[in-house]
Design a protein around this ligand. Structure first.
Ligand SMILES: [Zn+2]
Ligand SMILES: [Zn+2]
Length: 209
């Protein structure tokens, strides 16, 4: 199955995407599953699609992606506490875009995660490669997600997992059998994105997420 497990909907302060339109777009891109992972917000979406409950948590150290959770994970905790909170909600904890300069955990990384997001649609090749190398060195499972905040980004980056439902998907990810696919962000793509994000950031009153 193919899926994109890092998508932001209108329940994130920096996205306007409607959950039902996200699903429609994912289907049109040939995806079999997705996770809507809003910033610091847990919502159990009821839509006709294989939807993993997700949240992207702003830990004190950087962003942590929570998948398969059954409740909200608080923001502002250390990465270790965040991972524990995710496990308490029966989820799996993923270090999101570990080496992205914006909101990545980077040098503070601790080896406490179930998996590392080694392909993020808003990271350039160098940034994703660093994550891949770290996951390989630590023998940790990997995931991929577009980090979409616009419909056009959905499925640009995705993962392939041998699975047929949510439970086998979870097992597949944890067993390290996921393959990451899609294109890293180009320099031009990054420039365009930063211009767009700069506008949003000033419109939000320079509030970091
Ligand atoms: Zn993030
Ligand atoms: Zn994100």
């Amino acid at each position: 199955m193919r899926g994109d497990v890092h998508i932001h909907s209108k329940y994130s302060p920096d996205s306007k995407l409607e959950p039902d339109q996200i699903v429609k777009t994912a289907k049109s891109k040939g995806l079999d599953f997705i996770a809507i992972s809003d910033h610091n917000r847990f919502i159990e979406h009821k839509l006709d699609f294989l939807l993993i409950n997700g949240e992207e948590v702003s830990s004190a150290d950087g962003h942590v992606l929570a998948l398969f959770i059954d409740g909200e994970i608080p923001s502002g905790l250390s990465q270790e506490e965040t991972v524990d909170a995710i496990h308490d909600k029966n989820g799996i904890a993923i270090c999101a875009h570990p080496f992205r300069s914006v909101n990545g955990i980077g040098a503070k990384f601790r080896n406490v995660y179930d998996a590392l997001e080694t392909k993020n649609g808003r990271c350039k090749l160098e940034c994703n490669t660093k994550g891949q190398n770290l996951a390989a060195e630590l023998k940790r499972p990997i995931t991929a997600g577009s980090d979409s905040h616009f419909y056009g980004e959905i499925g640009r980056v995705y993962m392939e997992v041998d699975a047929s439902d949510a439970e086998s998907l979870r097992k597949g990810i944890l067993s390290g059998s996921a393959r990451t696919r899609g294109n890293d962000l180009t320099s031009l793509g990054q420039l365009r994105l930063y211009v767009k994000l700069g506008k949003d950031y000033s419109a939000r009153g320079f509030k970091k997420i």
